[in-house]
Design a protein around this ligand. Sequence first.
Ligand code: ATP
Length: 212
Amino acid sequence: MSVPSIVILGGTFDPVHFGHLRAAEEIRETLDMDEFRFLPCGQPPHRDAPHASASQRLEMLRLALADWPDFTVDDREVLRQGPSYMVDTLSDFRTEYPDAALVLVIGQDAANSLDHWHRWRALPGLAHLVIMSRHGDTARYPKAVEDVLLAGKADRPRSLADSPAGRVLNVAIDSLPVSASAIRALISSGRSARFLVPDPVLRYIQQQGLYG
Ligand code: ATP
């Protein structure tokens, strides 16, 4: 019997936008796994506190994905108290799915500073890593990170479904030039964010008076 394979895309999603959604679609197609989960962080340890609350960011993701059941939202980090360390989150997934192939998707920037993550050396033991690079991104790894990433280097997306964790795959994506910070800046200066986020998300932002 085959074991489940689960892709996890973490982020702040403050707010979720078409850049995230399109990147997720490309990764979903490339990896072809059973599940794809968006994982909004609760309290991000590596950056300023989000502008929208955890429940608002969760709701925006649910609205964005409501018509697409092959994408789901995982609320475990927003429900947990304290800072959201990925190593704890993946340990939690591992307890819930002992044999599953777990794939954590991270951007090239995050990969370049992986050694700043809490207990980063434990991550490949818990999940495969997919490093998503956008046009113009450069891999610049500290030596210790490079050694760990090279040790797991995989060439074929298919190889990730064969084992629970430990492989590292680079995937280049065609990204849209959209960012959550640019969207927040538009809204706070009274400009339109139409066509950058799904309509139900835009309506929610307006209803809640977010980013104004
Ligand atoms: P901010 O501008 O506030 O930093 P963001 O949209 O860049 O926000 P997150 O919400 O944390 O950042 O992004 C979650 C994940 O999505 C990260 O891996 C990030 O690299 C990726 N991502 C963000 N924007 C895009 C985009 N336009 N295209 C592809 N991937 C993106």
